[in-house]
Design a protein around this ligand. Structure first.
Ligand SMILES: *Cc1c(COP(=O)(O)O)cnc(C)c1O
Ligand code: SF4
Length: 359
């Protein structure tokens, strides 16, 4: 298969060279994939395009990339530019941002955006209003964020996000982590990244050696489809896990990508097998320009119902919605209680059979 050969070719490539070779315009993309060049160009003028050569090689159907589960995530669609009733920032991150690029929604933890660049620009990104566009993150905003965290003693858990924190240089990322580690009330550091799946060459032994001292360090990796967990990506996860970094996953439920039980089961099992514990399965946020990826919560709950009990509990993530208006995340669960009375509950098991539970 031509794709396997291409992937092997990139297995040991230099991540900066791969990033520099990214496709960022429709004309060049048309040299690799069958696309409507004008439509892709229009969409890319609204929201930036970046597909690095490694991720491009994961698209298995170059003749129909927007119906390919990997291609659909990366190739701009004219549907992004259609008139949409959806707001650009439904979770009201902007209002809950006391200093630029830091979101303080829950008292004890913050999201700290330290990068505005990614190894690939996801078409469904909840932050597509900012990510990959005019630079918003600078050393000055990072310093302001660090000062805010230092001043607010209730903050115990700092989530580095973006953009993708792993696109920073190893030196600068380590600098930020060191500053945070010196703040006595900060107990937990987290990094939210898509890089192990979109540019696994970035997970060099050198990067891992620089991250390893910052325990407890949790790395939550964004994976949406089992095809993203290539041998190269799996090796990157294994390097991180070997260094004692605790790996979790975040997956966005997306129409035409993973809104399918077999795909979700395979993905979750594959993650657990590579020591990435499924953490959150996000219902897609109602963000402008992402309408074509959205499914409704009833469909989402039906999918989750097909995970719970059917596959190892270690492979079942929490199904989360982010409440519009800044209410924060909440887990949804399929209903299992049919009725309750003074003597106990009638509960359905994973096969939909009812059982009486006393008390
Ligand atoms: C998701 C999120 C967090 C972290 O939530 P957890 O449920 O602890 O993973 C923190 N702050 C903001 C603003 C978030 O969106
Ligand atoms: S990697 Fe994350 S932040 Fe970057 S474009 Fe994708 S979803 Fe958005």
């Amino acid at each position: 298969m031509v794709h396997q050969t291409t992937l092997e070719k990139y297995a040991d490539a230099n991540w900066l060279e791969l990033l520099a070779a990214s496709i960022t315009d429709a004309d060049r993309l048309a040299g690799y994939l069958k696309i409507d060049t004008a439509a892709v160009q229009t969409a890319a003028e609204h929201y930036p395009l970046r597909i690095n050569p490694y991720f491009l090689a994961l698209i298995s159907d170059p003749d129909d990339p927007t119906n390919d589960p990997i291609g659909r995530q990366a190739v701009p669609s004219i549907q992004e530019t259609r008139n949409s009733p959806l707001p650009p920032d439904p979770s009201c991150e902007q209002q809950q941002s006391p200093v630029a690029n830091l979101i303080h929604r829950y008292p004890d933890r913050v999201v700290f955006m330290v990068s505005d660049r990614c190894a690939m620009y996801c078409r469904f990104c909840m932050r597509k209003r900012t990510v990959g566009r005019a630079p918003v993150v600078s050393e000055a905003t990072v310093d302001q964020g660090l000062a805010y965290i230092k001043e607010h003693k209730a903050i115990q858990d700092v989530i580095l996000s973006g953009g993708d924190p792993l696109l920073l240089t190893t030196e600068y990322l380590t600098h930020i982590l060191r500053q945070l580690a010196e703040i006595s009330h900060v107990q937990i550091l987290r990094i939210h990244t898509r890089v192990p799946g979109t540019l696994p060459q970035r997970i060099t032994p050198r990067l891992v050696a620089h991250l390893a001292p910052f325990q407890p360090l949790y790395l939550n990796i964004h994976f949406n489809h089992p095809g993203e967990i290539t041998p190269t990506a799996a090796a990157a996860c294994n390097r991180l896990a070997d260094a004692g970094i605790v790996l979790g996953s975040q997956t966005v439920m997306l129409k035409g990508v993973n809104d399918n039980l077999a795909v979700l089961r395979t993905l979750m099992r594959k993650l657990a097998r590579h020591r990435v514990r499924p953490y959150y399965l996000h219902h897609p946020d109602p963000v402008r320009g992402t309408d074509h990826f959205r499914l409704n919560c009833r469909e989402g709950l039906a999918l989750v119902n097909g995970l719970q009990g059917h596959i190892s509990g270690l492979c079942v993530p929490h199904y989360m919605i982010d409440l519009p208006g800044g209410g924060g995340k909440r887990a949804l669960s399929p209903t299992s209680v049919d009725s309750s009375g003074p003597d106990g509950l009638m509960v359905r098991n994973y096969q939909d059979k009812s059982y009486f539970y006393p008390g």
